[in-house]
Write a protein that binds this ligand. Structure first.
Ligand SMILES: Cc1cc2nc3c(=O)[nH]c(=O)nc-3n(C[C@H](O)[C@H](O)[C@H](O)COP(=O)(O)OP(=O)(O)OC[C@H]3O[C@@H](n4cnc5c(N)ncnc54)[C@H](O)[C@@H]3O)c2cc1C
Length: 409
């Protein structure tokens, strides 16, 4: 049984294609989400199907997989049984936990109610709709812009926050300038708030400097050493006492393991992630594998816990699938080895950064090309890759954001 149809779950199921097993894959959604491009949906650059792919579609040619859309509500490790919202409880011989993470608001007052996270496709659409609604409202009533209706605070100076702030700035300073010619640009600020003394702490100083410059060029104001204390629908209060007028706060500041892991009664690693051995199994339950964002996987090379990245999720999922196939066939299994493709992020058009394991760095267009190559490999099918190339090239050439419409449901 595989729980979760993200990079980890799909990777595991694919590697079981030639194995003599019956695979049941369950996800709460009927689609696989390509999270790295959520910010492009939120900024109207890509449409929803560009980042959401039907899960069933991925297994048309794999007879040993049954896919169900349902919510997992409980896991009984002792009884080897999973409970669901709708399906009957189901027992397993092997279990792959690939349920991902969820947003961590660190108890900030009002954040859970008023912040806009960017973790699911629904989050991205909700944020886009909210931004479009605020601009239309301020267009009708200019006094709303005086109250901060168009200001946006993005919390978190890691890849999610930087990518979102950069993309929003391009939306604001690009197409919105033509859409709303009467709005003075100084009434639409984008502020990136980071608690530590600098953004992109995981990168080398030269990359940080490049990123700060690229953000400034796009009109993003960076506030470092500032911690968000509370959030209301129209105001963001910082611990320093500063109150920012902003009707939108995007939360890109932290994740924790999926809520289900807290119900397993296991000791958890930092960020509520599951501890796994070198084969990605739970210590007391060798029939259970945990992969991707839900797991704290230690890199055998560096002895560090791997970051929550698409390539980590895909490779660990594939490893779990392969290992189960080997076990079922009575073959020897191997410990998990991560192949690092580099840490990377896109700040905007033509502005990206890459840092390789050995410390080599890339910036600008070369880095953007490297980002494209690595992320194309993460897409589930060749058809998706071809479509992404067309979408990305189209968006890059025309600068159009045809997704900036709001559809009432
Ligand atoms: C905004 C953003 C940008 C990112 N950018 C990058 C990037 O540029 N490069 C990169 O490598 N990584 C990036 N990442 C990280 C990467 O997307 C994740 O590490 C990866 O998606 C994790 O894969 P996963 O399979 O562990 O979990 P997920 O992809 O989250 O999949 C988990 C699945 O489990 C399902 N699920 C959860 N709970 C339940 C339940 N109770 N019942 C049923 N189903 C459930 C969900 O619907 C989901 O489909 C980004 C992440 C975000 C949020």
């Amino acid at each position: 049984m595989i729980l979760g149809g993200g990079f980890g779950g799909i990777g595991a199921a694919k590697k079981l294609s030639k194995s003599d097993v019956d695979v049941v894959l369950v996800d709460g959604h009927d689609y696989h989400t390509f999270q790295p491009l959520l910010y492009q949906v939120a900024t109207g650059l890509l449409d929803q199907p560009a980042v959401g792919h039907p899960i069933r579609d991925l297994f048309h040619k794999q007879d040993n997989v049954r896919v169900h859309q349902d919510r997992v509500t409980g896991i009984d490790l002792e009884a080897r049984e999973v409970r669901f919202a709708e399906l009957e409880p189901e027992r397993y011989d092997y279990l792959v936990l690939a349920l991902g993470a969820e947003v961590n608001y660190f108890g900030v007052e009002g954040a859970a109610e008023h912040a806009f996270p960017l973790y699911t496709l629904a989050d991205a659409v909700r944020l886009k709709d909210h931004v479009l609604e605020r601009w239309e409202a301020a267009d009708r009533k200019p006094e709303l812009a005086d109250d901060g209706a168009l200001n946006m605070v993005v919390v978190g100076g890691g890849p999610t926050g930087v990518e979102t702030a950069g993309a929003m700035a391009e939306l604001y300073r690009g197409v919105f300038r033509s859409d709303y010619p009467d709005v003075p640009p100084e009434q639409a600020r984008i502020l990136l708030v980071e608690a530590s003394p600098e953004i992109f702490a995981m990168f080398k100083p030269e990359i940080r400097l490049y990123t700060e410059h690229a953000l400034a060029e796009r009109g993003v104001e960076v506030l470092t050493g500032e911690v968000v204390e509370s959030v209301s629908p129209q105001r963001v209060t910082l611990k320093s006492g500063t109150v920012l007028s902003a009707h939108t706060l995007v939360w890109g500041a932290g994740l924790q393991g999926n809520e289900l892991v807290r119900s397993l009664g296991l000791e958890l690693e930092r960020g509520n992630r599951l501890a796994v051995d070198e084969e990605l199994r739970l210590a007391q339950h060798p029939e259970v594998y945990a992969v991707g964002d839900i797991a704290a996987i230690t890199d055998a090379k560096t002895d560090q816990v791997l970051p929550q990245l698409g390539s980590v999720a895909l490779q660990s999922g594939e490893h779990a699938g392969e290992t189960i196939a080997h076990r079922v066939a009575g073959k020897e299994t191997k410990p998990f080895k991560y192949h690092d493709k580099g840490t990377m992020a896109t700040i905007g058009r033509g502005a990206a950064v890459v840092q390789m394991l050995g410390g080599k760095t890339m910036k600008g267009k070369a880095a953007q090309a490297a980002w494209g190559t690595v992320h194309l490999a993460l897409l589930p099918t060749n058809q998706d890759r071809a479509k992404a190339v067309v979408d990305w090239a189209g968006a890059g050439l025309t600068h159009q954001r045809s997704g900036r419409i709001r559809v009432e449901t």
